[in-house]
Design a protein around this ligand. Structure first.
Ligand code: AMP
Length: 281
């Protein structure tokens, strides 16, 4: 059985032992309710490192007051089975009190990259992400950490944080894993009714349309966004939060595709907010 550590010190001691033996450590931070998207990160970490730690922590700090912290799906038994069968060696599953002790008041706050896309509709989100990932990096001290391109802004932010704060960790981005019909896998897909699940396909269809336009040589961002918006608006259950094309490194909006770009969207299907994106290098 894979061990589940709930205390910071248990993780520290285990990782210290591994490092003493000269072993490399890969790390996959998650909020649990794991699916094949998470599994692809864990599999890559297992492939590239001697030992792999997976954290499962629904981080209260990255949820806004009206978001889904309380209802976020959880299933530690199923998650442990997936981690074990994929070859991970240790799960870190702390209580919020273990991560945020009484009087906690230190934060990692990034500007610029966090002020666009999801940062606009989720103002406290990336401060919570940067703070918890930074803490987890200090606890696990991995050689490499694995993040999905599903959360492309988060991936860019973590790369920037590691660079800015001189963290000696290699950040590895992994491609989006999708359902057979195209919907990007997400723990939040469980919120969708069967009618909403069908409607949610409009995200990946619109991503595909945008990608086809770009690959066909269209460089006018406004035209691409209009075409994608029109398609999403043809789905009555969908409500757009944003669709934007930004510089892939800085997350700043651009008018013309003349450098590597991220085209990202957040769309409500009923009450569920889903995200999807593509990157064009
Ligand atoms: P989460 O549990 O949602 O915080 O996600 C943990 C990690 O898994 C993040 O780095 C995500 O980007 C990644 N991830 C989630 N869904 C997918 C997916 N469909 N494909 C690839 N990576 C994913």
């Amino acid at each position: 059985m894979i061990s589940v550590a709930t205390k910071v010190n248990e993780v520290r001691e285990q990782v210290k032992k591994w490092k003493k033996e000269g072993l490399t450590v890969g790390f996959v931070p998650t909020m649990g309710y794991l699916h094949e998207g998470h599994q692809s990160l864990i599999a890559k970490a297992v492939e590239e490192n001697d030992k792999v730690v997976v954290s499962i922590f629904v981080n209260p700090m990255q949820f806004g007051p009206n978001e889904d912290l309380a209802s976020y799906p959880r299933d530690l038994q199923k998650d442990s089975d997936l981690c074990e069968s994929t070859g991970a060696n240790l799960i870190f599953h702390p209580e919020p009190e273990e991560m945020y002790t009484d009087g906690f008041c230190s934060y990692v706050d990034m500007s610029v990259l966090t002020e666009e896309l999801c940062g606009l509709s989720r103002p406290v989100h990336f401060r919570g992400v940067c703070t918890v990932v930074s803490k987890l990096f200090h606890i696990v001290t991995p050689d490499r950490a694995y993040f999905g391109q599903k959360d492309a802004q988060q991936l860019a932010i973590i790369k920037r944080m590691v660079l800015d704060l001189n963290m000696d960790i290699e950040i590895i981005g992994c491609p989006i894993v999708r359902e057979e019909d195209g919907l990007a896998k997400s723990s939040r897909n469980t919120y969708l009714s069967s009618e909403e699940r069908q409607a949610a396909l409009i995200l990946s269809k619109s991503i595909k349309l945008g990608q086809t336009l770009v690959e066909g040589g269209e460089t006018n961002c406004a035209k691409i966004i209009t075409a994608m918006t029109d398609l999403i608006e043809s789905e009555p259950l969908a409500k757009i939060d944003y669709i934007k094309i930004v510089d892939a490194l800085t997350m700043q909006q651009i008018d013309t595709i003349d450098r590597p770009v991220l085209c990202a969207m957040a769309v409500y299907i009923g009450k569920t907010r889903l995200i999807d994106n593509f990157i064009e290098d």
